[in-house]
Design a binder for this molecule. Structure first.
Ligand SMILES: [Zn+2]
Length: 388
């Protein structure tokens, strides 16, 4: 399996300039390749509408065509694989588009924030990460890298730099007997509710940071467009964002470890993030709580431990009783009151129990290999593997 390890790196002034330059050239490479493909698509569309096929078939540009085009002076300065990787990202985003993702977008300065050495061009010795065409950058390895490093990605996060190693780890899965099962409801009011009634609130410092973010964003909206003040404020906002991102990840890390340690079979709802985001009043909470990060981390850790994470159909989990009776309630109704069986309980607690009940009845005798199968057959992930 793949696992990624992220570390902060500390480039000196000169190295930072080189990093920025690489990032910019990669972004231009990406955007230019995208332009070329869009133009190609336009021509094909025209030819189709006029029913003209000069070569008998439509000609689509792919990665191999683009990698053959002569490099610019700036592109010549890049490590060749870093350059190829930028083009491969275009290919990847088109593949994702054909699978149903959005049409590939042009990448702005604040959006395109990483470049990758897919095989070679980097090495680590002591506290130095040597990057081809950049130099030896100081790195703090706060934890050991496991497995074999497959790719090395350099990321810029506002004003800090990170390296992320994607590593191949081959760990034999030890079969375990599945004995304990828990259903998890990820609600809006309290972050997480277990089917045993336990509730976990997001930590206070996270709430505090979120309030601060809201405040800084109001300041930002008041600054004049294009002014230096506005840019400074934008950086301030981005920094608070970053802090929240790490605090949230920390919380999710601890919670997922806890879940996998305590339970053999963890049941979540299958989240429909895209639908949820369309609902504006829910959007903030959904994004904030980053449920999918929690679920992905839990899946990864379960895979290690030979345990099961199951994602069940989310339809109406908050509107159903464990007896099967339909109990409709709006978001403001916090207590579930079933007219059929008389159950009166916190709504999230009931949802968690409904989620647990929806899982396949597989509490006995499931070996680790099957668990592994189950987790491997999960929905394809939209993002890359979570960082540990
Ligand atoms: Zn009932």
């Amino acid at each position: 399996m793949r696992k990624s390890f992220q570390y902060r790196i500390y480039p000196n002034r000169k190295q930072e300039v080189a990093l920025e330059k690489t990032l910019t050239t990669c972004r231009y490479t990406y955007n230019n390749a995208l332009t070329e493909r869009k133009r190609n698509a336009d021509i094909n569309r025209l030819e189709k509408s006029f029913d003209v096929f000069p070569w008998g078939y439509q000609d689509w540009i792919n990665y191999y065509d683009q990698v053959k085009t002569p490099k610019t002076e700036y592109q010549e300065e890049l490590h060749s694989q870093v350059y190829q990787n930028a083009l491969k990202r275009v290919e990847k985003s088109f593949q994702n588009f054909f699978k149903g993702a959005g049409y590939p977008r042009f990448q702005g300065r604040n959006r395109y924030n990483s470049f990758t050495y897919p095989q070679a061009g980097y090495s680590i010795k002591d506290d130095k990460l040597t990057l081809s065409k950049i130099g030896s950058v100081k790195i703090i390895l706060h934890r050991e890298i496991q497995g074999k490093i497959k790719t090395c990605t350099i990321k810029k996060d506002v004003d800090q730099w990170y390296v992320s190693f994607s590593c191949q780890i081959d760990i034999p899965i030890v079969p375990i007997e599945i004995k304990t099962k828990i259903g998890i409801d990820v609600g809006l009011k309290s972050l997480v509710t277990f089917s045993n009634g336990q509730q976990i609130e997001p930590p206070k410092y996270l709430r505090a940071s979120e309030k601060r973010l809201a405040r800084e964003q109001i300041h930002l909206s008041k600054k004049k467009k294009g002014s230096k003040n506005r840019n400074n404020q934008r950086i301030k906002v981005a920094r608070v964002h970053r802090r929240i991102k790490y605090q949230r990840k920390d919380f999710n890390q601890k919670l997922s470890t806890n879940l996998v340690t305590k339970y053999d079979h963890v049941v979540f709802e299958k989240l429909q993030i895209i639908n949820m985001l369309k609902n504006h009043c829910l959007a903030k909470s959904i994004v904030d709580a980053s449920w999918s990060q929690l679920i992905n981390l839990t899946i990864y850790k379960a895979e290690y431990a030979g345990k099961i994470v199951e994602l069940v159909n989310p339809n109406g989990t908050s509107q159903t009783c464990i007896c099967g009776h339909h109990v409709p309630k709006t978001l403001s109704v916090r207590v579930h009151n079933c007219p059929s069986c008389g159950l009166v309980l916190d709504r999230d607690h009931v949802s968690a129990m409904v989620i647990e009940n929806r899982s396949k009845n597989s509490t006995a005798g499931i070996a680790g290999i099957q668990a592994r199968q189950r987790t491997l057959n999960r929905e394809p992930m939209k993002r890359e593997a979570p960082d540990f």
